[in-house]
Design a protein around this ligand. Structure first.
Ligand SMILES: NC(=O)c1ccc[n+]([C@@H]2O[C@H](COP(=O)([O-])OP(=O)(O)OC[C@H]3O[C@@H](n4cnc5c(N)ncnc54)[C@H](O)[C@@H]3O)[C@@H](O)[C@H]2O)c1
Length: 341
């Protein structure tokens, strides 16, 4: 679908609204975020996505013909395209990324550096030429490495432990440097581990759910004690919207965790998934731990609540039930893309 011409905004009465570019829109978090924006704001949304193995236009199928959504099939490393698209929008949310920690460990960092760091640099240079109202970089809690203190606030040292995490830290600090150097309206957001509908089954929560639905063993790396702060994807969407709504002077140049302040171990998640689906605990299987993994993550929620008023609303039990229900009802979606595990 082509990008709408500016005069059409007048026809749709969107002059006082915002045009929001969401990169990586066919991915997990961004597709849920786009659906949230279309349902809860008057904003016009433009999605730019290269449709890698992780991008799935099915993730936007129910909103693809929405009058306020345009989809551009393209790469954030295409500087000419990015400049053209950036010139049309008020807000950029850069969520496009190579996002799988284990893939970066198995295959090395090349593609991760190219998309996560170089792609971010190309977007940042585009807004030097065509200023926007704000640029939100979706970074990651993985940049912190294993927690040195509990909870982890935004001043926690950055000790990325995987090639993925290191490239996210590179983009994160590059965005910060563009704020300092060029005084661009940049906000850096560090979501903790998201889960919810439309997440690729290579990631641990949907992997456990799809394994359990098929009666296959749930493969837990190591003893399962590693814990994370699990954020329901709709809560993350509300957080990013809150960051768009907050006066820019409050958030420009800031780093904001998006977290719940609660951690749950991977072993416990396996048990909860089996409980919800009424499957036997004998399906839990331990396989060797892999290098580069983070041990424990709990995010401090104080700063984002103070600056934007946002806090997570969904308990893990509630979010997991909704997620399990979605995977149960959408077996053809995940069977089509099921990653070998
Ligand atoms: N999933 C999580 O738990 C989590 C946690 C913290 C931060 N994040 C970050 O949030 C963002 C979204 O994560 P996700 O899990 O939804 O990712 P995802 O892998 O589901 O989606 C990524 C999307 O980016 C697109 N993409 C990849 N390379 C591209 C390129 N060069 N140009 C344009 N599009 C490209 C893919 O096609 C895909 O649609 C990423 O930046 C990720 O690092 C994710």
């Amino acid at each position: 679908m082509p990008i709408r011409e500016p005069e059409l905004a007048l026809v749709f009465g969107l002059v006082s609204s915002k045009r929001v570019l969401v990169t990586g829109g066919a991915g997990f978090i961004p597709s849920n975020f786009i659906r949230h924006l279309l349902a809860n704001t008057p904003y016009e949304v433009i999605s730019l996505d290269a449709l890698t193995y992780a991008g799935n236009v099915e993730n936007l199928a129910d909103v693809m013909s929405h009058e306020r959504l345009s989809f551009v099939h393209g790469d954030i490393r295409d500087a000419d395209l990015v400049r053209d698209v950036a010139a049309e929008v008020d807000v950029i949310v850069n969520a496009a990324a190579e996002s799988h920690v284990e893939k970066s460990i198995l295959e090395g960092g090349s593609e991760f550096v190219r998309t996560n760091v170089e792609g971010t640099q190309i977007l940042l240079d585009a807004i030097r030429d065509a200023p926007v109202e704000r640029f939100i970089l979706i970074s990651s809690s993985e940049v912190y490495g294993t927690a040195e203190r509990d909870p982890m606030d935004e001043e926690h040292p950055l000790n990325p432990r995987s090639p993925y995490a290191a490239t996210k830290a590179g983009a994160d600090r590059l965005a910060y440097a563009y704020w300092v150097t060029y005084e661009l309206p940049i906000v850096i957001v560090r979501p903790f581990n998201n889960y919810g509908p439309r997440q690729h089954p290579e990631k641990v929560v949907p992997r456990f759910i799809t394994q359990a639905l098929e009666g296959r063993p749930l493969t837990i790396h190591g003893d399962g004690h590693a814990s994370r702060d699990w954020l329901y994807v709709d809560d993350d969407a509300e957080a990013i919207e809150a960051i768009i709504e907050t006066p820019i002077d409050r958030v420009a140049g800031q780093v904001l965790n998006v977290a719940t302040g609660v951690d749950i171990s991977v072993g416990r998640i396996a048990e909860l998934v089996l409980d919800v689906l009424g499957k036997p605990s004998s399906l839990k299987t331990h396989v060797p731990e892999r290098p580069g993994q983070v041990d424990r993550h709990i995010g401090s929620t104080e700063k984002i609540e103070r600056l934007t008023g946002w806090r997570a609303r969904t308990s893990f039990e509630e979010g997991l039930e909704r997620t399990v229900a979605w995977y149960r009802e959408h077996a053809s979606w995940w069977r089509g893309i099921l990653a070998p595990v």
